[in-house]
Design a protein around this ligand. Sequence first.
Ligand SMILES: NC(=O)c1ccc[n+]([C@@H]2O[C@H](COP(=O)([O-])OP(=O)(O)OC[C@H]3O[C@@H](n4cnc5c(N)ncnc54)[C@H](OP(=O)(O)O)[C@@H]3O)[C@@H](O)[C@H]2O)c1
Length: 278
Amino acid sequence: MPPKVPHYAVLGQPVAHSLSPQIHAEFGKQCGIAVIYLRLDTSELGFANTLARFAKAGGVGANITAPHKTEAAQLCQSLGYRAQQAGTANTLIWRNGAWHGANTDGSGLLRDIRERHGLSLENRRVLLIGAGGAAQGVAPALLETGIAQMVIANRSLPRATALLERLGAPDKLHACTLEALPDMGSFDLILQATSAGHHDQPLPLPAAILGQDSLCIDLNYGRAALPFTAWARSQRCERVADGLGMLVEQAADAFELWHGIRPDTAPVYNKLRISARL
Ligand SMILES: NC(=O)c1ccc[n+]([C@@H]2O[C@H](COP(=O)([O-])OP(=O)(O)OC[C@H]3O[C@@H](n4cnc5c(N)ncnc54)[C@H](OP(=O)(O)O)[C@@H]3O)[C@@H](O)[C@H]2O)c1
């Protein structure tokens, strides 16, 4: 039997829009590694079966996107520190006949905030809007940066409270509804981590959450990031970004886990901005 060619894939539903194949192809070119990277839509076979079939065909690394990050963590034989904390995995590595999970969303976001936007997080007030999978993935890493406080604001309070309880550190955390935001003061960093923008639904955000020099980042990119980024700009906020930076940085961390080299993300980020018209 011919040896199986190691290959990589992003699994999700949907995945047609995913920029991951393009990002990993660019990283591979830059590092001199021939990368075979597929898009696998799980809608026909389901997540577990798609992943099993992928491994059988020579799959050695997978990126996991919505809505499978929790199931991915559950299917892994072992989990890295961030994946354990978040209870979700966005990167899988096939080793010794089993999947091992990591979560690079938090590290990717931190690198984007610090290196691309030049914000140091020590003693900052952070507002995390949303308490779903994306918020769960990035919150543990944010909490370990020396921030002064993080407010988790979500449409439904029980989900925000559940995330707060999962994270521990009650002295640094506060959970509230979106309606309570006018009483929360201003923030140095505001992260929009809901999926409301996918449905063109603007969030009811008060101008009072913006400070003089707040950095506003929507974890989404493309059309889904528009309602929040347009709102922030309309409030004369000058530091506004979408989630493309986080996407490229979390992909670079996954690439490093698989291939042992961390690529330079700046040229890939710049190229995507132009080619994907983001
Ligand atoms: N840049 C990146 O690399 C990256 C990585 C991961 C995720 N993301 C993006 O982040 C977004 C959230 O993903 P997820 O996995 O957290 O989804 P999820 O688990 O389904 O959670 C959705 C979140 O959005 C909130 N929400 C949805 N519609 C809303 C509305 N109309 N008004 C207010 N809140 C609303 C939900 O509030 P309730 O709890 O009240 O329902 C919940 O907090 C997605 O759009 C995803 O594409 C980006």
